[in-house]
Design a protein around this ligand. Structure first.
Ligand code: FPP
Length: 280
């Protein structure tokens, strides 16, 4: 078959896939639709090994899988997507691997704000969450540019956790809450009013307001590929009432069917989880 015909055939299958997806999503939308889905993209290197590719190509294919998954989530009507792109612990990998992932990140982050990108097609606001000062300068600047360029988008939100761990996020939030309270106390004391509520210096709401993830509601579903059921220091504070789905496929192999399955599981447990949230 010549190249033109192959492209035509691919286009036809994509269109058919789109129609089928629309149909399935319209049925799913009769039930409650998750407003926030988070992903732990596990298995890129194993995928590369399985396909006899270099590790970098595993991550590249992983990025394409992420773009597809974003499209499906936003088509379904899920407003918030959060991904665990790089943990603080990942900096302990070999310098060559860290360097190669950072280069890929920079390239992909810059691509996110190009005219024809998924971010512009779906009106997505992008956040980078984590201790961004741990990133090298080009990646940090690219992340800041992407956040600035998408700041006015409001249809959907993509939060990319990079240089992130939950323990770091919680420590940072407690630290900021305490500093804020100390400033308040200082002002009250200098004005002569004094501060009298010493028992609860800070509370849960104070801490939550200072979380990196305060930009999104708590996740309804966390999907971790490769069959792993650990959260690995990701959204530990936010996941108390959340469905965890861990299909055995490696991240680059994830498909729309895994998303459908996770949403069905969420819908099956919806009333129970809502009840538990009310009791908390
Ligand atoms: C985990 O697989 C994946 C990563 C550490 C990096 C994933 C990064 C991307 C897909 C690029 C994302 C870029 C943007 C801008 C969002 P692994 O390396 O731990 O694989 P393994 O579990 O097989 O060892």
């Amino acid at each position: 078959m010549d190249k033109g015909r192959t492209n035509q055939a691919t286009q036809m299958f994509e269109n058919l896939g789109g129609i089928l997806r629309k149909f399935i999503f319209s049925i799913l939308s009769i039930g409650p639709v998750p407003s926030h889905i988070a992903f732990i993209m596990d298995g890129n290197r194993r995928y590369a090994k399985k396909q006899n590719l270099i590790d970098g190509d595993g991550h590249r294919t992983g990025f394409s899988a992420l773009m597809n998954m974003l499209k499906y989530c936003y088509e379904l009507g899920t407003k918030h997507v959060t991904v665990y792109a790089f943990s603080i612990d990942n900096f302990k990998r070999s310098p060559e691997e860290v360097q190669s992932i950072m280069q890929l990140m920079q390239e992909k982050i810059e691509g996110l704000i190009e005219e024809e990108s998924i971010v512009n097609r779906y009106g997505i606001r992008v956040y980078f969450l984590g201790d961004l000062k741990l990133l090298n300068k080009p990646v940090r600047l690219a992340a800041e540019r992407a956040m600035g360029a998408t700041a006015k988008n409001s249809k959907a939100v993509l939060s990319i956790c990079i240089a992130y761990t939950s323990l770091d996020e919680i420590t940072h939030a407690v630290q900021e809450s305490v500093e804020e309270k100390c400033d308040e106390i200082r002002v009250l004391n200098t004005s002569g009013a004094g501060y009298h509520h010493r028992e609860h210096l800070i509370n849960v709401t104070d801490i939550e307001e200072h979380m990196y993830t305060a930009v999104a509601p708590n996740p309804d579903i966390i999907i971790r590929t490769s069959g792993e059921t650990r959260l690995s220091n990701f959204l530990l504070w936010q996941s108390a009432f959340c469905i965890l789905y861990s299909p055995s496929v490696l991240w680059p192999e994830i498909s729309v069917w895994h998303l459908v399955w996770a949403v069905l599981d969420f819908q099956r447990n919806y009333s129970y989880l809502e009840e538990k949230k009310k009791q908390a």
